[in-house]
Design a protein around this ligand. Structure first.
Ligand code: ZN
Length: 155
């Protein structure tokens, strides 16, 4: 998928290009390790829909800080994505990693004066799709518990 590149400036004032999408229903995920970007068209992604329905079915989900279910879904969706080659998890909406200093804290992000695109791979869900429904629910609940969205593992 060809994705537009934005010009990022990190907090240490390094400028670099990295793909980004600011359209509804489309996301660039980045791995927590080396920051590899992956594309996802959420509206056509059946696993995104599946995890969304799983979240909606949980009676004991707490919506902290006024966060909506879609925000929680985006925060935890990496559990349903194949890991990066370095073994790290992908996350929706995470910041890119500065190639010079490794910081993920960005000062600014703008469309560059000369538009360009980068070809990035789509996110995959092979390992998630091999799990049983019980194992999927367990993985989801474990992550929600860790982040404080549910209290215990009672099912
Ligand atoms: Zn930097």
């Amino acid at each position: 998928m060809k994705v537009p590149q934005y010009s990022f400036v990190c907090v240490n004032n390094h400028t670099f290009l990295s793909p980004l999408i600011l359209k509804y229903g489309e996301f660039v995920l980045r791995s927590n390790g080396q920051g590899t970007p992956r594309y996802m068209f959420a509206i056509n992604d059946e696993v995104y829909d599946e995890v969304d329905k799983m979240l909606a079915s949980l009676q004991d989900l707490k919506q902290k800080n006024g966060q909506g279910k879609s925000e929680i879904l985006q925060k935890i969706f990496g559990i349903a994505c194949d890991l990066d080659v370095d073994g790290s998890e992908f996350q929706i909406g995470s910041q890119p990693k500065c190639p010079e200093c490794g910081s993920r804290k960005m000062y600014s992000c703008d469309l560059p004066s000369e538009p360009s695109t980068e070809e990035i791979q789509e996110i995959t869900h092979d390992s998630w799709q091999k799990l049983t429904p019980t194992a999927k629910l367990e993985r989801l609940r474990n992550r929600l518990e860790k982040l404080g969205y549910i209290d215990d593992k009672l099912m």
